[in-house]
Design a protein around this ligand. Structure first.
Ligand code: GLV
Ligand code: MN
Ligand code: MN
Length: 412
């Protein structure tokens, strides 16, 4: 068979996705595989087994990143790499991340069974803790690998129960020996669901992002004065939750105030002591700001921070702000973006340029290697939820695009 006739096995891909989705399955059809949880470990074990079945050389690095390498005919050349993440959001979906992992595996399975040789080696990768929901920030271990984040800072990050990242990584048996250090990569393609409404609305098969927006995360800690709610008069209270409520609305109003292309969200809050008859004295909440325009994102934060300080002062609730994480917007490699457009066209799939509003490990990979992403439609534009869904035929189509993009780059 001519290489250009080669196609992935859609049924096999579906089978792999369905088997993976059993690990951490939730009652309403989603998955919960928080980073470094028992479910994450079980999913990794299954994936590593699948890598070994097609004779890939498997390496686990000190951040738990998993690499499966397929030899080329010239192994001195930097590889073509593709992958994504196995971890999920709480009550997350069956496609976010894992489609890119199992899509890349399906590409290598297809090459293996057809005994296709490539000039460059090819590597499938799983990056640890992309979601950042259990241990903030997100995209941690591609960040360490790309030398953008500090290994020991990540090791010391704790979850809501005070458990350390490194301890949990060791507990699940995935702290490997290989240093998490970037090496040359010829091209990095990440395959993912769109997670938004555009492709479905426009009836397009393949989304081709020109890049990823910037992501800025902040953690806000407020102190109030706890007291019995009945006898304590309304005047003179220091209610940390009311201060947070006022601040949260400021976050929600921020995009309209800034104009331009920006979104801002508070998605997580902890309130203490969280009793209906005690005035709250300790609140933590998060702020997530994203934009294609880095400077607009920072300007928005500067205004918001001033508002927060005024509100904290007015309500007598001292505030502590942590500027937890910033990743600049990531404009992808134009040649790889063009490869994806051309391959989609060759395969007869409609395609559309867009911007990724979701963060991906591709953000950090883009800082060190030519990078681009392939998107397929999300039904109803829903993601990070149990009903997240993508048609099987679209999963297959995107994987065929990935196959031929990887082949192109691997034979250069
Ligand atoms: C990652 O899933 C993000 O976009 O926050
Ligand atoms: Mn993802
Ligand atoms: Mn996600």
């Amino acid at each position: 068979m001519e290489t250009k006739e080669l196609r992935v096995n859609g049924k096999r891909l579906q089978g792999a996705l369905e088997e993976m989705a059993k690990i951490g399955a939730t009652p309403n059809g989603g998955v919960q595989r928080l980073a470094l949880s028992d479910e994450d470990k079980r999913a990794r074990d299954l994936f590593v087994k699948w890598l070994r079945q097609i004779d890939l050389e498997v390496r686990i690095d000190e951040m738990g990143n998993i690499f499966g390498r397929r030899k080329g005919t010239n192994n001195d050349l930097p590889p073509v790499m593709s992958g994504s993440h196995i971890d999920s959001q709480p009550k997350g979906g069956r496609f976010d991340g894992i489609l890119g992992v199992l899509g890349a595996l399906e590409v290598l399975r297809t090459l293996h069974e057809n005994k296709v040789e490539t000039k460059r080696p090819m590597t499938v990768v799983v990056w640890t803790n992309e979601e950042g929901t259990r241990f903030a920030p997100a995209m941690q271990c591609s960040g360490v690998w790309a030398k953008a984040l500090d290994r020991d800072w990540i090791y010391d990050r704790t979850d809501i129960n005070g458990l350390r990242f490194e301890d949990e990584l060791m507990r699940i048996g995935y702290k490997g020996d290989t240093p998490a250090q970037r090496s040359d990569v010829h091209a990095y393609y990440e395959y993912h669901i769109e997670q938004g409404p555009v492709l479905e609305r426009e009836n397009i098969k393949i989304g081709v992002p020109k890049g990823i927006v910037c992501l800025h995360w902040y953690d806000i800690y407020l102190a109030g004065e706890a007291n019995q709610v009945g006898p304590t008069p309304m005047e003179g209270r220091h209610d940390a939750l009311c201060a947070a409520a006022e601040m949260i609305l400021k976050v929600n109003e921020l995009p309209a105030r800034m104009g331009g292309n920006l979104v801002a969200t508070v998605g997580e809050i902890q309130n203490e002591p969280n009793s209906r008859n005690i005035i709250p004295d300790k609140v933590h909440f998060t702020v997530d700001i994203r934009s294609w325009d880095d400077a607009l994102g920072i300007k928005a934060w500067d205004l918001l921070k001033q508002d927060f300080e005024v509100i904290a002062q007015k309500r007598g609730c001292p505030i502590r702000i942590e500027e937890t994480w910033r990743v600049a917007h990531s404009p992808f490699d134009t040649k790889l973006v063009q490869n994806i457009l051309d391959v989609s066209n060759d395969l007869g799939y409609s395609s559309l340029g867009m911007v990724s509003g979701a963060g991906h490990d591709a953000s950090y990979m883009n800082q060190i290697a030519p990078t681009a992403m392939i998107f397929v439609p999300s039904i109803g534009g829903r993601s990070h939820v149990e009903v997240e869904n993508t048609k099987w035929e679209d999963c297959e189509a995107g994987t065929n695009v990935l196959l031929h993009c990887m082949l192109r780059s691997a034979n250069e």
